[in-house]
Design a protein around this ligand. Structure first.
Ligand code: GDP
Ligand code: MG
Length: 161
């Protein structure tokens, strides 16, 4: 029997790039569309990121029934053993939830670096997800907030895929 493999070159290339960049970050934030929480999951993300801590975001939750989305969040959390939060990219509070959770997930690794004698540093986070789930909206808003609040560099790594 013959199988047809559909695996376009640009996706293979993006995945190689993703693996390279993965070495530089402490945490992966996977963004999904709350309206299609299952089908907007990044396929095979576990294989790509291995044991790296992952936070899952159900974005655009302003467009969904919140009880139903909460149920999805619980189900996904159970299946993946990851924390799952509901967000709306334009809500400042929700962005704070993302940075707080991501920093908390990075603490274990940063604590290890400190034990080795390095200075503590901000968490390094990669945001991944399928097209149109709201990655750019979240990143832009985070960067603006960080800039206006502290004048420091944004603690996010941007990747394209
Ligand atoms: N209602 C709503 N729209 C959103 C939200 N986040 C992003 N969008 C919209 O969804 C579209 C795609 O967002 P974008 O950030 O470009 O997604 P990306 O492809 O993952 O970078 C844009 O029209 C955004 O304005 C959200 O939380 N709620
Ligand atoms: Mg984008």
């Amino acid at each position: 029997m013959e199988y047809i493999h559909w695996y376009p070159g640009h996706i293979a290339k993006a995945e190689r790039k993703l693996k390279e960049l993965l070495n530089l970050v402490d945490v992966v934030v996977e963004v999904r569309d709350a309206r299609i929480p299952s089908s907007s999951a990044y396929p095979d993300i576990k294989r790509l990121i291995g044991e790296k801590p992952r936070l899952i975001i159900l974005n655009k939750s302003d467009l969904t029934d919140s009880d139903l989305t909460k149920k999805w969040a619980q189900k996904i959390s159970k299946e993946t053993s990851c924390q799952v939060i509901m967000t709306c990219a334009s809500a400042q509070n929700d962005l704070k939830k993302i940075t707080d959770k991501a920093s908390a997930l990075a603490q274990e690794k940063i604590a290890k670096l400190v034990q080795k004698g390095l200075l503590p540093r901000p968490a390094r986070v990669m945001i991944v997800g399928m097209p149109n789930v709201g990655k750019s909206s979240i990143i832009n808003k985070l960067i603006k907030r960080t800039k206006t609040k502290t004048g420091a560099k944004a603690g996010v790594t941007r990747t394209q895929q």
